[in-house]
Design a protein around this ligand. Structure first.
Ligand code: NAP
Length: 254
């Protein structure tokens, strides 16, 4: 028997959906027939190109642009979805920045930016999205965490702390929103080939790092998007409050 994931009649918002993991998620959701709103900082050529590609697949697709380091942006994203579609079924909180400093050189502005984009905006997005999600018969929140949440990351403690906060938010909301039929999960990628990691992966240290992954390769954005699609689907209807690592056994290597 062939299994298919059918998300027709569902509306998804993917923050950071213009590039990398978010773009792969947006494409997979569209392949599953969901209408997709792509969040991004600005309406770049890449973002417009992706939106047009999704429309070419025959699904409604829109862009919403705004800087999630600013507290007013989350509400603007959700207002846009409400105005365009009147519903929201799948919220993928993917936008993120990977920045760090050694603790004794920590710049307050870096700490603020990382926390605002990676964590604070997700609180705001969830708060503003919940009235729409409650009205859905199959509501999903999927937060894109990181193995840094599970392992820590030297010299990137703001990033690791933001992602650990995200996983705490995931577990809390899974319990709080469960009675409304909303599932809340995290997907925690390890090293994944995107603009975020391109430079690092070219270095000698980066090459050694790939060798240290038991599967001997980094994830593709699609590897991560597969887990997100699963969380968004009917198949994951009774899975909530978990963090799913997608990291090729990197954490448990010897
Ligand atoms: P990426 O290729 O750098 O893309 C980042 C995305 O986030 C872009 O769509 C970008 O929009 C958006 N974004 C960044 N800052 C934003 C802001 N202030 N406001 C609104 N949107 C913003 O990153 P990625 O590798 O796909 O990462 C996606 C998620 O996976 C992040 O949460 C990241 O922490 C997590 N992750 C990645 C890896 C990895 O190895 N790549 C590993 C673990 C976890 P624009 O295109 O408009 O700039």
């Amino acid at each position: 028997m062939a299994y298919t994931i059918d998300l027709s009649e569902r509306v998804a918002l993917v923050t950071g959906g213009s590039r990398g993991i978010g773009a792969a998620v947006a494409k997979m959701l569209a392949e599953a027939r969901a209408a997709v709103v792509i969040g991004c900082t600005s309406e770049s050529k890449t973002a417009i190109g992706l939106r047009n590609r999704l429309r070419g697949m025959g699904v409604p697709a829109e862009l919403v642009a705004g800087d999630l380091s600013k507290p007013e942006t989350a509400r603007a994203y959700i207002d846009f979805v409400r105005e365009q579609f009147g519903q929201l079924d799948i919220l993928v909180n993917n936008a993120g920045v990977w920045k760090g400093d050694p603790i004794d050189e920590l710049r307050p502005e870096l700490l603020t930016e990382v926390m605002n984009v990676n964590l604070m905006s997700v609180f705001d997005l969830c708060r503003d999205a919940v009235p729409l999600l409650r009205a859905s018969s199959q509501a999903r929140i999927v937060n894109i965490s990181s193995t840094a949440s599970l392992m820590g990351e030297p010299s990137y403690s703001p990033y690791a702390a933001s992602k650990a906060g995200l996983d705490g938010l995931t577990r809390s909301l899974a319990v709080e929103l469960g009675p409304f039929g909303i599932t809340v999960n995290s997907v925690a990628p390890g090293w994944t080939e995107t603009d975020m990691t391109t430079e690092e992966l070219k270095t000698e240290a980066g090459k050694a790092l790939v060798e240290s992954i038991p599967l001997k390769k980094v994830a593709t954005p699609e590897d991560v998007a597969n887990a997100v699609l699963f969380c968004a689907s009917n198949m994951a209807g009774h899975i909530s409050g978990v963090t799913i690592p997608v990291e090729g056994a990197y954490r448990i290597r010897r």
